[in-house]
Design a protein around this ligand. Sequence first.
Ligand SMILES: *[C@@H]1O[C@H](CO)[C@@H](O)[C@H](O)[C@H]1NC(C)=O
Ligand SMILES: *[C@@H]1O[C@H](CO)[C@@H](O)[C@H](O)[C@H]1NC(C)=O
Ligand SMILES: *[C@@H]1O[C@H](CO)[C@@H](O)[C@H](O)[C@H]1NC(C)=O
Length: 192
Amino acid sequence: MRGPISFLTLVIVTRAAAAETSTSPPPLNITALSSRNGYSVLECWQLSSIPVDAMSAANYAVGGNTTQAVWSRIEPRTHIGEAWAPHVQLSIILNGLIRITSPAPEPNASIKSVSVQDGLQAGQRPDSKVAYIMPGTLVSSVLIAADLKSLSTIAGHFTEFPSGEPTILVQIPFEGDRVPEHKVLHEGACLA
Ligand SMILES: *[C@@H]1O[C@H](CO)[C@@H](O)[C@H](O)[C@H]1NC(C)=O
Ligand SMILES: *[C@@H]1O[C@H](CO)[C@@H](O)[C@H](O)[C@H]1NC(C)=O
Ligand SMILES: *[C@@H]1O[C@H](CO)[C@@H](O)[C@H](O)[C@H]1NC(C)=O
């Protein structure tokens, strides 16, 4: 009678697993700076990692191995200008505000007719989008920066820290600049 008992056990385990799946937390969405056709672009990424219940928490792996984390303090009202990700990294903001425009606007964009240019050159320079990274919500306070200068060869992103307070960041680079597994939900920052 060992066979049938084993079979019964298997079914019960499977049912339990199915019940867990239906109540498991939703996948993690993180705003990312990526590179497309030589331009830095903002995208909303949905990470492929499956949350694991442990220690009274839903635990999501974010990417693979990481290297040394860095805690950074940026002075109030700092305007960096065009920038690129120094490494593929996860950034978590603890205070202040980052305003990112990507791709970085052309130096003389304001004196050109943007709408005409976009109409004529559709499919070339992507429209610039803006993201605000700030403490508060899950979606507002985390960023994956993956737009390396070797990839965004035409234009990087544009970074400002407009807050009246210092901006505090924890930056965690991924080993080997390995990008976390994800799918792109949409262009621009994640909204919710
Ligand atoms: C991520 O986005 C998907 C699709 O919009 C949504 O169903 C899911 O709830 C989001 N995840 C979180 C943690 O908000
Ligand atoms: C992480 O590092 C460990 C130890 O060096 C290694 O065994 C493992 O394969 C690495 N994992 C990934 C995803 O690179
Ligand atoms: C931007 O415009 C100024 C003044 O019209 C001009 O001198 C400069 O060469 C332009 N720069 C670029 C990158 O087009």
